[in-house]
Design a protein around this ligand. Structure first.
Ligand SMILES: C[S@@+](CC[C@H](N)C(=O)[O-])C[C@H]1O[C@@H](n2cnc3c(N)ncnc32)[C@H](O)[C@@H]1O
Length: 329
């Protein structure tokens, strides 16, 4: 167990009827010692792959949450994600439920107490332990669900439906917008949105390429669910995959990849995920295939794309973002 998980256990009662663990696969064995029933939800596919398969829930919905009386939650970074989880937990778990949510103090804010307070009548915080803190919530308020949420973007001709865990939720981030405005001119028979988030780019590619196969991949469960909802709401079909990259994809099989890569995994700043995506793209694009990428202009991605994939040109720039087109060798 890491310090967050140790604090969650220390803050919990010694017995429960049905424990739900969210985004913390390391807690499975401990939960099984204190409760006859344990369920688990992992947003990140890499966490899900570490979790005991028989504990994993198919969906975080009313029927799977009924009767849960203790929830162990690793706090997400975004308040919208916490709001989405708290709303579902308050609406669907047992009236006597206790939620223990913990994280590292440096990534927690007072607003998190307020978000939990929207959905629970009793919210309190633990003392700091090993640079972590737990928030306790009980007495759920039963109310209507506000997630997933829809945002309408007539300037792009798209409605976006997203869960709270998704990048930019139902808004269009400025970097995404720069690439989204070009999607009408990106063509192929087999196209992919790598790190699809709410599915904006995948949906616009499907619209611009009737009859083509459009795939969307994301490591986040909330993202793949949101992409499916966004594509359907806009009358498009996208094949959505929950995966941490493109392992197992046919070499040289794709005409086009678009991506707005992450530079964070969870809370740590990290270039590795983006660079791993470029390696995936180099393998999966056919020679002459194109990678369209948008990124923060200060990042050295043009040089890396030239090295890893092929000739890279800048197609569009705003004060903060750059869109490049790379032709695979
Ligand atoms: C900056 S967001 C972009 C989302 C969306 N394309 C947009 O522009 O709104 C990056 C996305 O990459 C996803 N991601 C991060 N690491 C990944 C990985 N190894 N494999 C697949 N997706 C990943 C994140 O979950 C996130 O949805």
């Amino acid at each position: 167990m890491d310090p967050i998980e140790r604090l969650i256990v220390a803050e919990s009662p010694g017995h429960a009827g049905h424990v739900l663990i969210i985004n913390s696969p390391g807690l499975a064995e401990t939960a099984q010692r204190i409760a006859p029933a344990v369920s688990m939800w992992c947003d990140d596919r890499r966490d899900a792959d570490e979790a005991p398969a028989d504990l994993l829930l198919e969906r975080l919905e009313e029927s799977s949450l009924a009767g849960i009386d203790l929830v162990w939650l690793r706090l997400p970074k975004a308040l919208s994600a916490l709001d989405d989880y708290a709303e579902r937990l308050a609406s669907w778990t047992a009236p006597g439920v206790r939620v223990i949510a913990a994280g590292r103090q440096r990534s927690m804010t007072h607003s998190m107490n307020g978000v939990l307070g929207r959905h629970f009548d009793a919210v309190s915080a633990s003392l700091g332990v090993a640079k972590c803190r737990a928030l306790r919530a009980s007495l759920p308020k039963k109310g209507g669900l506000r997630w997933p949420r829809e945002g309408l973007h007539p300037e792009l001709g798209i409605g976006v439906i997203a869960h709270g865990e998704v990048f930019a939720t139902s808004r269009v981030d400025d970097g995404t917008r720069l690439l989204a405005e070009l999607c009408g001119d990106i063509h192929g028979d087999d196209l992919l949105d790598l790190g699809c988030g709410s599915g904006i780019l995948a949906t616009l590619l499907a619209r611009a390429n009737p009859g083509a196969t459009v795939h969307a991949v994301d490591v986040s469960r909330a993202a793949v669910e949101s992409t499916t909802l966004t594509a359907e709401a806009n009358g498009e079909h996208v094949q959505v995959h929950w995966a941490p990259g493109l392992d197992g994809w046919e070499t040289g099989g794709l005409d086009v990849i678009v991506t707005n890569p992450p530079f964070h995994r969870g809370i740590a700043k990290d270039s590795e995920p983006a660079l791993a995506m470029f390696d995936d793209a180099a393998r999966v694009l056919r020679p002459g295939g194109e990678l369209w990428c948008v990124y923060n202009s200060h990042l050295p991605w043009r040089k890396r794309l030239n090295e890893k994939i092929g000739g890279t040109t800048v197609v569009r720039q705003s004060p903060f973002y750059t869109v490049t087109r790379t032709v695979a060798r």
